[in-house]
Ligand binder design. Structure first.
Ligand code: ADP
Length: 366
């Protein structure tokens, strides 16, 4: 967590970095293996499961020190995200299934003309489930999941970014079959930041292109030992042609439609009690233009309102005296939602949507 914050602090300033900093904290970035979950069962602490991966497949490439640091840095818990945890996005799930999951499950079939796509790009406004989908893919495939954001590739190891990029792919091969998820891939191409940062990102980008080409090299394509590249961006227009061409499959992750919003609200409210008059359809109707992340925030806020009312004006001692079961029994009401809706507004602008749709019609896959 702290390191991610430092990174955000160092490159500094944009809202985009900040929003990703949050994601980074939740995600942590990491190497983990869902296969280990299956092997060891749920009772095994996650850290041990990850250690299991590390001791099984030992890195013996040319950058042992960097690899050890990188492994530690992007060490993560097991994603454990299932397809059903991702609301809506059925088209994106279908494409990911075919482009990423199936080639890993039946590698023998996906040879020659059926070879998997070199890289898969998910683009769309922030908070729409791109990171969540990447985790679901890794969980579904039981692959090692290496999760890194481009801002950390460029900023965190100042001066070592190219080696770091190379090392990332070496690690991915060590832990194959694996999925590399690169968030904010656009930041490699955009010109913001200082001249040295720009230079660093330019070099990382050239290295990344070399590495992506290497993924496609047949001699590296041993069935069952594949490395899949998934990338995400909120600014697809910033990708230059060289990178865009290598991200062969480009999947649009739009804002949730009515049906998906309903699904998302239901997923979010799974663990809370609802008041009799609670109308999820109405909330879904009122939240057009909200992202999945916005909706999650609304659900969280609404579900806290009952407790807020209960403790309003009370002293700490008085609060201590309220029985726990009484608090747990407070249901979430429609008014709680209306109140939350008053406070929380959509974070994605119509211009953003237009920008994505335009890019989709020009470069998107279906
Ligand atoms: P992105 O990577 O597109 O910026 P994330 O996948 O990090 O967005 O989503 C942020 C949070 O918003 C998730 O952790 C989840 O709580 C919620 N969320 C967004 N989209 C969805 C979705 N389609 N289904 C379920 N939850 C979602």
């Amino acid at each position: 967590g702290n390191t991610m914050q430092q990174v955000g602090g160092r490159i500094g300033s944009t809202a985009q970095v900040n929003s990703y900093r949050n994601t980074g904290q939740q995600v942590g970035g990491g190497i983990s293996s869902a296969a280990q979950v299956n092997n060891y069962g749920n009772t095994m602490p996650q850290v041990n499961a990850v250690e299991g991966v590390k001791s099984k497949e030992k890195y013996n490439g040319p950058h042992p020190e960097l690899a050890a640091r990188l492994e530690k840095e992007i060490l993560d818990t097991i994603p454990g995200v299932k397809w059903d945890d991702v609301a809506g996005l059925s088209e994106a799930k279908r494409i990911l299934q075919e482009a990423v999951v199936l080639p890993l499950l039946i590698p023998e079939y996906f040879q020659g003309i059926r070879r998997p796509w070199r890289g898969v790009l998910m683009f769309g406004p922030p908070g729409t489930g791109k990171t969540l989908l990447a985790k679901a893919v890794a969980t579904e495939c039981g692959t090692t999941f290496l999760n890194i954001s481009c801002s950390s590739l460029c900023a965190k190891w100042y001066g070592e970014s190219e080696r770091l990029t190379r090392c990332l792919f070496e690690l991915a091969r060590t832990h194959a079959p694996s999925t590399i998820f690169i968030d904010e891939i656009d930041s490699l191409c955009s010109a913001r930041g200082s001249a040295t940062e720009h230079e660093a990102s330019r070099r990382v980008k050239s290295e990344l292109l070399v590495q992506i080409d290497g993924l496609n090299n047949n001699s590296n394509n041993t069935p069952g030992k594949s490395v899949t590249l998934l990338a995400a961006t909120n600014f697809p227009g910033n990708l230059d042609e060289a990178l865009r061409r290598r991200l062969e499959k480009r999947i649009y992750i739009p804002l949730p439609d009515f049906k998906s919003r309903k699904e998302l609200i239901k997923i979010n409210l799974k663990s809370v009690m609802l008041a009799p008059g609670m109308d999820i359809d109405q909330v879904a109707r009122k939240t057009e233009g909200y992202s999945g992340d916005d909706l999650t925030n609304i659900c969280r806020d609404a579900s806290l309102n009952g407790m807020r009312r209960k403790i309003a004006g009370k002293t700490t001692d008085e609060i201590k005296n309220i029985s726990k079961s009484e608090i747990l029994k407070i249901p979430v009401t429609m008014d709680d939602f209306l109140e939350a809706l008053d406070k929380i507004h959509p974070t994605v602008s119509p211009e953003d949507i237009e920008r994505h749709e335009k890019w989709y019609s020009e470069f998107g896959s279906s």
